[in-house]
Design a protein around this ligand. Structure first.
Ligand code: UDP
Length: 244
């Protein structure tokens, strides 16, 4: 059911680093509220990026709609306001699924590869979602052994992640943006716990986006690396997506 005037925003369920979740009058749906707070390096660096929540809400809503339209199940229902969206409540699988089309960030550092090196095919990595442990890199076998996901879940996630990557690579290329890497999260909807959906957000906070012509960074690396022009970069992504 989509939002109508009889539905109400309820109490706060959870506050994360970039978003807050609120209950609604429907126990199977929640509101995701996007904050301007920014963190990096596992919370060591903190700041705010003015209007980030507004931009990320718009960007993520549009990307979830695009993915939904090509048959990827997502938690997204509808954007409610500048900073809020209605989503299906899910139980998050405690894995951060990172997709890489080029070398950057922690991969460049860990394996000593040059930033920007092209990969012949998308690289999928799994990290265990744990702030206390700093989201360690794991293999599929860790996820299986510790019951974070089943083999069927991992197969489903890998298959859908590659489809998501095809769609997002093409879409961003049409905006003259190279999708270098990004992080996805998946969850089991409360209303259908035997299925999986794409959840969380896809935004310049969770993607590396480089201008295809100039190589200019249009993502959170501007904040992480103190490059300046952070707000402008987020707005530039929204502008190219036709959102402002
Ligand atoms: N990422 C994210 N949340 C995390 C870790 C990574 O959204 O907790 C995204 C990050 O923005 C980048 C991609 O996943 O687009 C790969 O990140 P990487 O492993 O290079 O780590 P980082 O450089 O962010 O420490």
């Amino acid at each position: 059911m989509i939002w109508n005037e009889t539905m109400k925003k309820g109490k706060q369920l959870y506050e994360g680093k970039a978003k807050v979740l609120f209950a609604t009058s429907n126990p199977k749906q929640v509101i995701q509220y996007f904050k301007d707070d920014a963190t990096a390096f596992n919370g060591e660096k903190k700041g705010t990026i003015s209007d980030k929540g507004v931009v990320n809400n718009m960007v993520s809503s549009k990307l979830m709609n695009i993915l939904g339209a090509v048959g990827i199940p997502t938690h997204f229902i509808q954007q409610l306001s500048e900073r809020e969206q209605l989503v299906h409540k899910v139980e998050i699988i405690p894995l951060e699924v990172v997709v890489r089309n080029r070398v950057a960030g922690s991969l460049a550092k860990r394996l000593g590869r040059p930033e920007g090196e092209k990969l012949d095919r998308p690289l999928l990595e799994y990290y265990y979602k744990s702030d206390a442990l700093g989201d360690p890199l794991i293999t599929e076998d860790h996820a299986l052994l510790f019951n974070w996901a089943t083999m069927d879940d991992l197969d489903w996630i890998a298959e859908h992640t590659l489809r998501i990557n095809d769609v997002l690579l093409g879409y961003f290329a049409s905006l003259n943006i190279s999708l270098i890497d990004y992080k996805l999260e998946f969850g089991r909807p409360v209303k259908e716990p035997d299925t999986l959906v794409l959840a969380d957000e896809i935004s310049p906070d969770t993607c590396r986006l480089w201008d295809m012509t100039t190589g200019q960074k249009l993502d959170k690396d501007r904040f992480r690396q103190d490059l300046g022009g952070v707000e402008e970069a987020y707005h530039e992504v929204a502008r190219r997506m036709g959102l402002e």
